[in-house]
Ligand binder design. Structure first.
Ligand SMILES: [Mn+2]
Length: 365
């Protein structure tokens, strides 16, 4: 989710103020070469693409300069929480983990700042204080449709890419003087592959195309171990998560006239299975295996100092069904005070499960 900044009329006339590509991979590599010290940033709660793009590029820079460990020319900063496998994958590259609301360390003043997989203030909040006085030192490498163009005039932006690692791979090749990604060292190819695989749902989503598979092929040729990565990312569930999954599936309700599937998880479900709030991630994808289901929701009952609330996650299939276009779950969630993307969206509702479910069914087309 991104929030666009308001633009004044004069800003609109300046092409660099519009969220478009303003540079190319070669120019970004040359710009990197002109900087002595570099910090790589990405969005909060870094995912596979965020970690993959920053780690690969930091490694390419450090490899070129022969710098390692504490004296690395390039280091990555991440805003927690970070997935367990992410911290493991990041070693031995120098990185710092910032725990918001703790701000980024202002003691460091790098010559250049590379921002990967986002260009939105809303996703860079923990770094805002650090970034604001240094916007003339930034470059953005991203694939998102929206962003705040004032964060950098140098934007390597490919909105047709499935993952930020695609433009990042090009920059890595230019930096290291390679013809293609199959020549990359395996410790650089691996995080790139993680970004490509995770942002495509392990090559399942509608953003998969020939370019994605071509880069995947080159990275495999570079020596990436596909099976090890799959195990690292998708075969590390804890038992409570599977017990919670059983409860979620048990709660499954099919709303026939809306081609919708709804699952609910109560506070008691989490307590009884000893599951953590994040353990329900991905459950919303499971009922999409039913052919007639067009839209799936999972409702999680949660508690905070203000009381009980319900967190809704919605997904819709990208394909037509019975002549009907895909459901725009962003529009559905906006009716409930939330939002997101057309195919994946969410909302936080200050009601219990049953009341929220009623409101959701009313909001579905
Ligand atoms: Mn991404």
């Amino acid at each position: 989710m991104t929030t666009q900044s308001s633009q004044s009329a004069s800003q609109k006339e300046d092409p660099s103020s519009i969220w478009t590509n303003t540079t190319d991979a070669k120019a970004v590599a040359d710009w990197i070469d002109s900087k002595e010290t570099l910090v790589l940033l990405t969005h909060t709660k870094p995912d596979g693409d965020a970690l993959g793009s920053t780690l690969a590029l930091a490694r390419a820079i450090n490899l070129k300069r022969g710098t390692t460990g504490a004296v690395s020319a390039a280091e990555c900063w991440y805003a927690a929480p970070m997935p367990e496998w992410g911290a493991k994958m990041a070693v031995p590259t120098k990185f710092r983990l910032i725990n918001p609301p703790q701000p980024a360390p202002a003691v460091l003043d790098p010559d250049g700042i590379i921002i990967c997989d986002t260009g939105s203030w809303s996703q860079l909040a923990p770094f805002k204080e650090f970034l604001e006085p240094r916007l003339d030192k930034t470059v953005i490498i991203d694939h998102h449709l929206q962003g705040n163009s004032e964060i950098s005039t140098r934007r390597l932006l490919d909105t047709t890419a499935a993952a930020a690692v695609q433009p990042t791979a090009e920059v890595c090749c230019h930096l290291l003087g390679l013809d293609n990604a199959s020549q990359l060292p395996v410790d650089i190819a691996t995080p790139l592959y993680v970004g490509l695989a995770t942002d495509t749902g392990w090559f399942k989503h509608s953003n998969v195309n020939g370019r994605v598979m071509h880069l995947a092929g080159e990275l495999l040729d570079a020596g990436v171990n596909h099976s090890n990565l799959f195990a690292m990312l998708y075969q590390r569930d804890r038992t409570p998560r599977l017990k919670l999954m059983a409860r979620a599936l048990e709660s499954l309700e099919i709303i026939k006239d809306k081609n919708a599937a709804i699952m609910t998880l109560t506070l008691e479900d989490f307590k009884a299975t000893k599951a953590a709030p994040g353990d329900s991630g991905g459950f919303v994808d499971i009922p999409q295996s039913i052919e007639a289901i067009r839209v799936v929701a999972i409702l999680n009952e949660q508690h905070d100092p203000e009381g009980t609330f319900t967190k809704i996650s919605l997904r819709s299939k990208p394909t037509e069904w019975d002549g009907q276009p895909p459901v725009d779950v962003n529009a559905v969630c906006q009716k409930l005070g939330g939002g997101g993307h057309a195919r994946a969206s969410g909302a936080k509702v200050r009601h219990g499960l049953e009341q929220t479910k009623k409101l959701l069914i009313e909001a579905l087309p």
